[in-house]
Design a protein around this ligand. Structure first.
Ligand SMILES: O=C(O)CCC(=O)C(=O)O
Ligand SMILES: [Fe+2]
Length: 271
């Protein structure tokens, strides 16, 4: 008999069922809380998810200057979000992640699909306040190295007090803020605190300050040279100096948007 959940994406069962198990995946040696779960999904599940992403209607894609994306679950806005139901294949992903207990009793309701060709990246930014302060990323197709930078409001010597915080990548003005990618990267490099290698099929979970205050970004390069800033190199069984060629990477950023109904009411009141 065919397993309908598998044909729609990921099976909702998982070997990891509670937060106690999750502690095994805690990333050590970094100042904030992150979990890196290698092999969170199988190769079959990865292939099905990629198939679902690429069979989505063309208008679902938004082309940005250095990547393209699909937004599922409603459009985030500084004041909240009008929710839309996730398609079944994403609901299954969200349920599997919810079983880890990291969203309390809730199930994530928003998914951002980002596609990066080799040489593409995302400039350092913080995600918006619309979301519950846990961010989960499912990695498909290729690796990436994600960099974390000290917060713009940090008192560290490297940060400039005149600097404006960067906008949320999911906001409408993203195309404008993404133009000066290399300039921004150069300016922020002294503030790089640590990086994480994200292998295909892994799940990354970051929380609290790492989510709300640190900036995160991915270099726009065709290959990554692994260095000792990468906190999970050992877990990934990799060595400093290894060169990893990028292929096309698809990431699913799976989050819980809050205050959705409140926004709905005030939205209609102002019309
Ligand atoms: O692709 C990633 O892992 C990062 C995506 C991201 O930071 C975002 O969409 O806000
Ligand atoms: Fe982000």
């Amino acid at each position: 008999m065919e397993d309908s959940s598998a044909s729609n994406g990921v099976s909702s069962s998982s070997g990891i069922t509670d937060v106690t198990d999750l502690e095994r995946y805690h990333v050590n040696g970094i100042p904030e809380t992150a979990y890196y779960v290698p092999g969170f999904i199988s190769e079959e599940e990865e292939a099905i998810l990629l198939q679902r992403v690429y069979e989505s209607p063309k208008p679902k894609w938004t082309q940005l200057s250095n990547r393209r994306l699909q937004n599922w679950g409603g459009h985030p806005h500084a004041k909240g979000m009008i929710p839309e139901d996730l398609p079944l294949w994403l609901q299954l992903c969200a349920s599997k992640i919810a079983k880890l207990g990291i969203f309390g009793e809730k199930i994530p309701n928003h998914v951002l699909v980002n596609e990066y060709l080799p040489g593409q990246g995302i400039m350092p930014h913080v995600d918006g306040p619309v979301f519950f302060p846990v961010i989960t990323t499912l990695n498909l197709g290729s690796h990436a190295v994600i960099n974390y930078y000290t917060p713009a409001d940090s008192t560290s010597a490297a940060s400039s007090p005149t600097e404006k915080p960067l906008s949320d990548s999911t906001y409408q003005d993203v195309t404008e803020v993404e133009q000066p990618l290399s300039e921004t990267q150069k300016r922020l490099d002294p503030r790089l605190v640590f990086s994480l290698l994200l292998q295909p099929r892994s799940l990354l979970i970051v929380k609290d300050d790492l989510y709300t205050r640190y900036l995160h970004g991915i270099y726009a390069v065709k290959e990554d040279v692994l260095d000792n800033k990468i906190a999970n190199l050992k877990v990934c069984d990799k060595e400093v100096g290894t060169v990893m060629k990028r292929d096309t990477r698809v990431s699913l950023t799976i989050r819980l948007a809050q205050n959705t109904s409140k926004f709905k009411m005030s939205f209609f009141k102002t019309k």
